[in-house]
Design a binder for this molecule. Structure first.
Ligand SMILES: O=P(O)(O)OP(=O)(O)OP(=O)(O)OC[C@H]1O[C@@H](n2cnc3c(O)ncnc32)[C@H](O)[C@@H]1O
Ligand SMILES: [Mg+2]
Length: 213
């Protein structure tokens, strides 16, 4: 028997990234769930020693489930540029350094693309990836992955998002995630579909698999 979540189940979000947490709250509210975050519960931030998004999502979720005795959901995500062999990938947060300077992290991506002579759109393909891990106190873990493809644009545009949003233009759109409000970034449309952002796509899979009813 796999565990199921209901609107009454207390759920912990094992993240300390406020931009991410804002989106996760909206996504979970869409599915009728409210949460406590690792920041509110003053949980420690485990070191992300994994070599995959799955491993890092798992270690964050399991640490929070063990610390609280509650089901915990972690999101490990990143910006992967094809022409840079998938970098910054799982190192996306680390490229911003201790000051979380994403303007600098984006410049770093652009400089590396310039070194490769990547001036044409087809040399600038990239994606955002999000892997969710839901960890239960009984040891069960479930994983859900969402991806969205797009182009790495320069200069960055928009200040509505966080992280690498200003340099990511999703396929089929003429504005960046940084220029979208969160509802546009989630890609919610009346009638519902698979969503737009890596995160909203992963949450759709999570909701389909883990919510009661
Ligand atoms: O581990 P937690 O506490 O959740 O927070 P974090 O910021 O360290 O999160 P990650 O380890 O998953 O690192 C992912 C980084 O990738 C970037 N990123 C992930 N999703 C993004 C999004 O939707 N838009 C822009 N950047 C994103 C962002 O800069 C994150 O810091
Ligand atoms: Mg992290």
């Amino acid at each position: 028997m796999t565990n199921k979540l209901t609107a009454q189940t207390p759920l912990v979000v094992a993240s300390h990234n406020q931009g991410k947490i804002r989106e996760i709250r909206e996504l979970l509210a869409h599915y009728g769930l409210t949460v406590k975050t690792a920041t509110e519960l003053d949980l420690e931030e485990p070191e992300e020693t994994g070599t995959t998004f799955e491993a890092n999502a798992e270690l964050k979720a399991v640490a929070a489930a063990n610390a609280t005795g509650l089901p915990a959901l972690a999101d490990d995500s990143g910006f992967a540029v094809d022409g840079l062999n998938g970098d910054p990938g799982i190192y996306s947060a680390r490229w911003a350094g201790p000051d979380k300077d994403f303007a600098q992290a984006m410049r770093n991506v652009e400089e590396k693309l310039q070194v490769k002579g990547a001036t044409q759109a087809n040399q600038r393909t990239c994606r955002f990836i999000a892997v969710l891990c839901l960890a239960w106190p009984d040891g069960e873990t479930r994983f859900f992955r969402g991806e969205v493809e797009g182009l790495a644009v320069w200069p960055p545009r928009g200040d509505k998002g966080f992280g690498y949003d200003p340099m990511f233009q999703p396929e089929g759109h003429s504005i960046t995630f940084g220029e979208m409000d969160s509802q546009q970034k989630h890609g919610w449309k009346p009638g519902g579909d698979k969503g737009l952002s890596h995160r909203s796509r992963a949450f759709k899979l999570f909701a389909d698999a883990c919510l009661e009813g």
